[in-house]
Structure formats: C-alpha cells, structure tokens
Design a protein around this ligand. Structure first.
Ligand code: HH2
Length: 295
C-alpha cells in the first residue's frame, strides 16, 4: 500500500514511518515548559536542537491551552512566533506547524514559513476554514470538549471513542466543503482536552479507529494522564511514561507524535520501527534456536 505524505507548502513529511513533531512553546505559562523559550534566541536554539535530536516536524506556538492559562492576543502571538519561524525555516528543511486557533496568526505564520496549521479548535473560529483553504496548507483538526479554561471540570461522554470519531469526521467534511483537500488533513483525538483519565485511556487503546479517517497526530507528552499513571508530579519527570504512551499510540496506528522530549522518543521509535519492518524467515529463526542448542 502506498503511504501518505503531507505537503506542508513544499516541505514534505513522508508518513512511511511514525514521525515526531517537536514542541516549541514560546509562552510564559505552558504546563511543562512555560517561560523557558520565551526569549527569541532561546526558542530558535531550542527548535534547532529538536531537529538535531530527530524531530521531523516542529510545532511552534505562543499561547498555552492548559486549564486556566491566560489568552494571548493575536498581535503578541505574531510577535513571538514570526521571527522564530523565519529563522528556523531559513536554517532547517523540516516542515513547520503553527499551533494556534487565531486566523491572523495563521496567516502571519504561513507567510513566515509555516506549512501546517495545528488548531486545538479544529478550525471552528470564524473564517478559519476559509483561511486554511486559501493558504493551501496541511491542517491538524483536534477534538476538544468545552473550552480550555473549564474543559477539565466535568467532562462527560456516553461513548468517548464514538463521539470523538463523529466530531472529527464532521470537521473533516466541513474542511472538504470549504475546499481543503482530504490529503491535507490530519486528525487528533485531543488527549487531555475535556477528558478524564479513563477517557484518555480508551482513546489511546482505540487510536486505530481515528486512523480510518485521516493520518493521526497524538499529543500525550508529559500530560497529567502520564502523571496520574506514574505518580510523577513534575511534568519533566514524565519522560519515560510519555515515551511508552507514544509507542502505544504508534502501535495503534498514530502517524505523528507531538513531543517535548525528542531524543528518547526517537530512540524508542527506532527500535519499534526496526522490529516492525523486519521479515524474519522461518529458517533463520530455527538456526537461532539450533545455535542456542549447541552451546
Ligand atoms: N496539546 C497541547 C497543545 N497543542 N495540539 C495538538 N494537535 N494536540 C495536542 O495534544 C496538543 C496540542 C498541550 O501541550 P503543550 O503545548 O506542551 O502545553 P500548553 O498548551 O500548556 O502550551
């Protein structure tokens, strides 16, 4: 079967194996690294380091979506992301995604060199579908129940997998109606966005259902579900749990994992990929058993 590839305005992301999106948060208050990359040069250096470590794609954003985070005006988001996108686009060949729900920021980021829109509101803001169609970029449609400020207060579903699947399918059709080609669409079940631990686990176990719709991107990295499962309070201590979750996601059909810790994720996926893509002839397996018998 032919694998999909995403054309992010001339920068091609082949989906022949699971790919890694490195997170660059130019924010004061992101849940795991707020304030660390607010300085322009620090953000650029961080992005380039993620590429060196094996990121296939960079996801750059200037507004935290964690519960209780302060909104960041479009002008301020643009001031933060544009110089970083321009510098990174000039110094690497990897595709760049802009993490925003704001149409002005989308336009400015794409003019600066981004080729993908990552929108936690799945292009539901006024004019977002039209702008995405006009820009001719890849879009990532994420599911969220409620709004970031209150979404974790009392999330409820009768059938979380079915409801998220229906939402993503509806948004995919809305995109197509607006003129966004299907080959430019990626979907994301939205881990932690209006979901309890049980909801997140059901979605992770059934990621393959979403791969029926479009290539799947998942963001599990350092999230509170990993903290709840491992008992680790500090987000930066959740690396091993996050890598395990990323592996489960790709095993269950995810095409792209959005992570803060690129190097360990890359190593884990390299091992996964080697095992997955190898064909061991039966005869050789017998040889191995025989060799053990000789010892
Ligand atoms: N998660 C976050 C932000 N953007 N985009 C997609 N498509 N999927 C996700 O799961 C996702 C996302 C939250 O992570 P982070 O950016 O590290 O935190 P914050 O929103 O606090 O900046």
């Amino acid at each position: 079967m032919l694998h999909a590839s995403l054309d992010c305005r001339g920068r091609i992301l082949e989906l022949d194996r699971p790919r890694i999106a490195g997170v660059v948060n130019i924010t004061t208050d992101s849940f795991s690294d707020g304030g660390r990359w607010l300085d322009r040069d620090a953000a650029i250096e961080h992005a380039l380091r993620l590429v060196e470590e094996g990121a296939d794609l960079l996801d750059i954003g200037a507004e935290s979506t964690r519960p209780g985070a302060s909104p960041v005006a479009a002008g301020e988001q643009i001031a933060r992301v544009v110089p970083v996108i321009e510098a990174v686009a000039a110094r690497t060949t990897v595709p760049i995604s802009i993490d925003t729900s704001d149409v002005e920021v989308m336009r400015a980021a794409v003019a600066a060199g981004a080729g993908m829109l990552n929108d936690v509101h799945a292009l539901r803001a006024d004019g977002a579908l039209e702008v995405a169609a006009e820009l001719g970029v890849v879009v990532c449609l994420m599911h969220m129940q409620g709004e970031p400020r209150t979404m974790q207060q009392d999330p409820h579903y009768d059938d979380v997998v079915g409801e998220v699947h229906r939402f993503l399918t509806d948004r995919l059709f809305a995109c197509q109606l607006a003129g966004i080609e299907r080959k430019r669409i990626v979907v994301d079940p939205g881990f932690g966005f209006g979901k309890t631990l049980e909801h997140n686990l059901a979605l992770l176990a059934q990621c393959a259902r979403f791969a029926e719709i479009a290539p799947v991107l998942v963001g599990l990295s350092r999230k509170s579900m990993i903290g709840a499962l491992t008992g680790r309070e500090a987000p930066e201590s959740r690396v091993a749990g996050s890598v395990a979750a990323a592996l489960i996601a790709v095993q269950n059909g995810a095409a792209i994992v959005r992570v803060h810790d690129v190097a360990p994720t890359r190593d884990a996926l390299a091992v996964w990929h080697a095992v997955k893509s190898q064909v061991v002839p039966t005869a050789r397996r017998t040889d191995v058993v025989a060799a053990w018998d000789d010892d």
